[in-house]
Design a protein around this ligand. Structure first.
Ligand SMILES: Cc1ncc(COP(=O)(O)O)c(C=O)c1O
Length: 370
């Protein structure tokens, strides 16, 4: 299986970066979507204060106080009241949870959207399942056409993955489309898994919707994380919430794997979920970076075809240039971006900029583009 999967695309980007660095080029790195913001001080303090002389194993179901803090945030943000003991389970960031979900869902295939974050498909293949790719349609706001799924396959589907705000396109989804996907999941008895890692980063319009707002959450699970919202990617802290039956299955499965965040990380996470002021600051910082870089990219011939959310810019290359050639050309000026083809078939002719360098570095990149 491992040999079949090929190199994780970003490992290839790392090799190209290393080559450019060796040639003395100073790099501004918009390649990987890894936040490099300062974690707010009150969160770091909460972590330090929680370190005990004796360190025991964290429980797979997480601390009740953390589940309660997550439920409080969901109620504040989405107006939905969940039972923290039956409808929420903490995760070690969301990547492992995305990877593992295929292990607890019955069926023989997992549907993912393309271009997209590759982890759900990789998890499905490690679980021995087929991967069905659904193209995001740029003409429909980067939503997939669920009608394109063969009804015979739908009955044997384990999971349909949706990711909004979307990596790499920045698109958002409305509750109507989530409702249609959830109705399909109930009809064919598969899991609708909504990866909402970027739900707190939006720059126009109303705050992104969550599948937790659906009136009927049967067969629906939502994943979120502190990595982007609270600039805590290294802490590894997120959650899954939704259908109590699914959460019960995850509570049985997860002790086998050993993927609970450390207790001191859970304490820091409680502080993070309980505070919204720092999230507004994080959002404004990404907005400033977007405002600094996007006009310069447009002036350099790129066309923005992405949506209003996430910290990604999704752009068509100038004059239809091949995306890998374009990324290599920018690398020579010290600007690292990810070729769209890294995210699957629909990414040809596109590049993705992750707005993770500092605002000053974004301004320098804009000047270099000029
Ligand atoms: C769409 C999407 N989902 C999930 C993740 C994983 O985030 P984490 O494991 O830090 O929670 C990422 C990270 O880049 C992502 O882009």
């Amino acid at each position: 299986m491992l040999a079949d999967l090929g190199t994780y695309p970003f490992v290839r980007l790392d090799e190209a970066r290393a080559g450019a660095l060796a040639r003395g080029i100073e790099l501004i790195d918009f390649g990987m979507g890894e936040p490099r913001e300062v974690t707010p001080e009150f969160i770091r303090r909460a972590l330090a204060a929680a370190i005990e002389p004796v360190s025991t194993y964290p429980k797979a179901v997480g601390m009740p106080e953390l589940r309660a803090a997550i439920a409080r945030w969901i109620e504040r943000r989405f107006g939905v009241v969940l039972d923290p003991d039956r409808e929420v389970v903490p995760t070690l960031g969301s990547k492992e949870a995305i990877f593992h979900l295929a292990q607890v869902a019955g069926g023989d295939a997992v549907a993912v959207t393309t271009p997209g974050y590759p982890v759900a498909a990789r998890g499905a293949r490690f679980a021995g399942m087929d991967v069905l790719e659904l193209a995001l349609d740029p003409a429909r706001g980067h939503l997939p056409d669920l009608g394109a799924l063969d009804p015979a396959r739908l009955d044997r589907l384990a999971v349909l993955w949706l990711n909004y705000p979307n990596n790499p396109t920045g698109a958002t989804i409305g509750l109507d489309d989530l409702e249609r996907a959830a109705a399909l999941a109930r009809r064919h008895d598969f899991v609708l898994a909504c990866d909402e890692a970027y739900s707190e980063l939006w720059f126009e319009g109303p705050p992104p919707a969550s599948a937790l707002q659906l009136a009927d959450r049967t067969n629906v699970v939502v994943l979120n994380t502190l990595s982007k919202r609270s600039s805590m990617p290294g802490y590894r802290s997120g959650f899954m919430a939704g259908d109590p039956e699914l959460i019960a299955a995850l509570r049985r499965y997860r002790p086998n794997v050993g993927v609970a965040p450390q207790d001191f990380v859970q304490r820091a996470s409680i502080a993070a979920w309980d505070d919204d002021a720092h999230v507004e600051e994080v959002r404004e910082r990404y907005r400033a970076k977007r405002d600094a870089l996007l006009p310069a990219l447009q002036a350099a011939g790129f066309t923005s075809v992405g949506g209003p959310a996430s910290f990604f810019l999704w752009l068509r290359t100038p004059g239809g240039e091949d995306e890998e050639a374009c990324a290599m050309r920018l690398l020579e000026s010290g600007i690292v971006c990810a070729p769209g083809s890294f995210f699957g078939a629909g990414g040809a002719g596109h590049v993705r900029f992750a707005l993770v360098p500092t605002p000053e570095a974004c301004a320098r990149a804009a000047a270099r583009l000029g």
